[in-house]
Ligand binder design. Structure first.
Ligand code: XMP
Length: 319
């Protein structure tokens, strides 16, 4: 694509100009955005870049391994794999308010980055895969009151104390443009086509307090749902699909016995940029089959619902 080819050259030129000889740290989340940002920056400044992948314990099934493998197999980008699961889950214990969860995760991310930044001599920049929709959802609209729908942990000024400047090479782009840029940079199609995944991860798909037990149930249910979507060839038609584990147990019957387990909600939407979204019109057969699979395969869930809310008025994530 000629346009993206030109954009890529221009972006690389600007990164070099902005960064000079300084070292850059890039937080890898496992998502397309931060991956494209990392590969783009690596192309611009080579080993002046060090990636930091934080496992906050809020990732999906198998995700941490996939990210580390992918960056070690496909790219020779210096990568710090920070296992901070205990830190995050510990700090999130007893926290149930959505904004409080987001703020806790955001604060810890900054702490963790600072810790790793301090170990990298000469690091002066923190790179982030912030997109245009992230930018405009976080600012006050002209004339009106300042409205923050959700605190994105990956947007906004980092505390001065961190002493790092931000470099955000994707902040003019929409999602489809980031994907085109990723293709231009030679990222594998399987990776480019992945649904977006939010920085706060499974924390915002587990309303209420998070526990390791709930996260494990959620991971399993989510994996079944995604497997169903892939098997039915629907993955690429959907912008985002996931399961949210509801903070409620309900009564069910299994064989001869009574069960008292969690309810979950499947969520799948179509969207162009994440700003507005429609729920995906699965067939009733698909929904029934998937519900049966989740209940049979995931211990701890005995009721499955499908979220038919569009955005607006709903948001895509549950928190
Ligand atoms: P909502 O839930 O606001 O989400 O409709 C819109 C899109 O943004 C993603 N999202 C986030 N991405 N950090 C991110 O990197 C965040 O804190 C965050 N919160 C929501 C969400 O997955 C959807 O694609």
């Amino acid at each position: 694509d000629w346009t993206m080819g030109a954009y890529r050259e221009e972006a690389i030129r600007r990164i070099r100009e902005e960064v000079g000889d300084a070292k850059v740290i890039c937080g890898l989340s496992g998502g397309v955005d931060s991956s494209v940002a990392a590969v783009l920056i690596h192309e611009a400044i080579g080993d002046q870049l060090t990636c930091v992948f934080v496992d906050h314990g809020l990732l999906r099934q198998g995700e941490a391994d996939e990210v580390v493998t992918m960056f070690r197999d496909h790219y020779n980008i210096p990568l710090v794999h920070a296992d901070e699961r205990e830190l995050f889950l510990g700090e999130l214990t007893g926290v149930s308010d959505p904004e409080q969860k987001r703020k806790t995760i955001g604060r810890l991310f900054i702490d963790v980055f600072q810790k790793h930044a301090d170990r990298i001599e000469g690091a002066a920049f923190l790179a982030q895969g912030t997109l245009y929709p992230d930018v405009i959802e976080s600012v006050s609209f002209s004339g009106g009151p300042s409205v923050t729908i959700k605190s994105h942990h990956n947007v906004g000024g980092l505390p001065e104390k961190m002493g790092l400047k931000l470099v955000e090479p994707l902040r003019e782009l929409f999602k489809d443009e980031v994907r085109a840029l990723g293709r231009e940079l030679g990222l594998p199609e399987s990776f480019i086509g992945r649904h977006p995944f939010p920085g706060p991860g499974l924390a915002i798909r587990c309303p209420g307090e998070i526990t390791p037990e709930k996260l494990e149930i959620l991971r399993r249910a989510d994996a079944v749902f995604i497997d169903q979507i892939r098997k039915h060839g629907l993955y690429d038609e959907i912008w985002q699909a996931f399961v949210a584990l509801l903070p409620v147990r309900t009564v069910g019957v299994m064989g001869d016995g009574r069960t008292y387990d969690y309810a979950c909600a499947m969520r799948a939407v179509t969207s162009v940029d994440g700003m507005t979204a429609d729920y995906y019109p699965f067939s009733h057969d698909f929904l029934g089959e998937t519900a049966t699979r989740i209940i049979n395969e995931v211990r701890g869930i005995n009721r499955v619902t499908y979220d038919v809310t569009s955005k607006p008025p709903g948001t895509i994530e549950w928190e």
